[in-house]
Design a protein around this ligand. Structure first.
Ligand code: NAP
Length: 275
């Protein structure tokens, strides 16, 4: 892969390279989604995180084309919708997503949510797609430790990545260590807590210290932990702001301080409620 920006690159457990920082496109539709992705590519983003559920794969595909970038310079993730989980239905859903995106091969295909009664069959379908080289890498989302332990009992392939809600206010240290030990790349969704903690004086004080914004402090914390992250914004100014995190470093003490912000604060449902 010819992805620019060394500090923004991680190598997955199957040798595939992926940017650490990308753009999440949840809740963007039509021209807004298309323009946000085109703009993101101009800013330097190369990782785009979508899902069948978001209803914008077609627009992401249009942006991929319009960007004029070589396909190998970008990394596209999408996910199988809960209603499509199961073996045959996942295979079908993959093909639908791939066609909407207008690409030959999705870089990373994820199980969107650990759906009770479907997890094994869905994973087997992802393994088939991977073995047939229809996708470059496969992974999961919302798999907290009990789901990963369960997956170990039926998986032939280790997930390359686990995308979960994760932020200084939801610091899942055990999961981070579990994934590090097994070489599963952790990726944080809702990393900015949808802005709900930007007025926290502890975070504002770090922002002031580094001359950066609260969003940049949180994103930089992810990068220094080796956690991939996919903040969402459709605003050209915030796209730039969120990508401008490679010109400074937090001290180890400040990384530790951010780890201590934990409040077990969730924006999205706790997946364990669905075990
Ligand atoms: N796998 C899953 O189950 C799952 C679940 C949730 C999310 N995700 C993924 O994770 C991505 C990100 O999560 P999210 O969209 O839930 O939340 P988020 O990235 O934490 O926050 C997005 C919100 O913060 C605002 N924002 C972004 N950058 C900002 C900045 N620099 N300053 C101030 N406000 C800013 C955005 O508004 P504007 O757009 O107006 O800038 C938007 O309202 C999603 O897009 C999706 O790809 C996955």
């Amino acid at each position: 892969m010819a992805l620019p920006g060394k500090e923004n690159i991680t190598t997955l457990n199957n040798g595939v390279e992926m940017p650490l920082l990308g753009l999440g496109v949840y809740d963007m539709h039509g021209a807004e989604a298309r323009n946000a992705v085109i703009h993101a590519f101009e800013v330097g983003y190369r990782l785009i995180d979508t899902a069948a559920l978001y209803g914008n794969e077609k627009e992401i595909g249009e942006a991929i084309k319009a960007s004029g970038l070589p396909r190998h310079e970008m990394f596209i993730t999408t996910k199988v919708h809960n209603g499509d989980q199961g073996f045959e239905s996942t295979l079908k859903a993959y093909e639908t997503s791939r066609k909407k995106l207008g690409i030959d091969q999705v870089d990373l295909y994820l199980v969107h949510w650990p759906v009770r009664g479907k997890r094994k069959d869905t994973w087997k379908a992802l393994e088939k797609l991977y073995h047939e080289k229809q996708v470059k890498a496969i992974g999961v989302a919302n798999y907290l430790i009990p789901f990963l332990d369960e997956l170990e009992t039926y998986a032939n392939e280790e997930p390359a990545l686990n995308q979960v809600e994760f932020s200084p206010y939801l610091f899942l240290e055990d999961l981070l260590n579990y994934c590090r030990e097994r070489k599963i790349q952790l990726q944080s969704y809702t990393p900015l807590v949808r802005g709900q903690k930007f007025k926290d004086p502890k975070l504002l004080s770090l922002a002031h210290k580094y001359g950066k914004t609260p969003a940049q402090i949180i994103l930089r914390w992810n990068i220094q932990l080796g956690v991939s992250t996919i903040p969402k914004t459709a605003s050209p100014a915030r796209l730039k702001e969120n990508f401008d995190v490679f010109d400074f470093s937090l001290t180890n003490d400040d990384v530790q301080a951010l780890n201590q912000f934990n409040e077990d604060y969730r924006v999205v449902d706790n997946p364990l409620d669905y075990f």
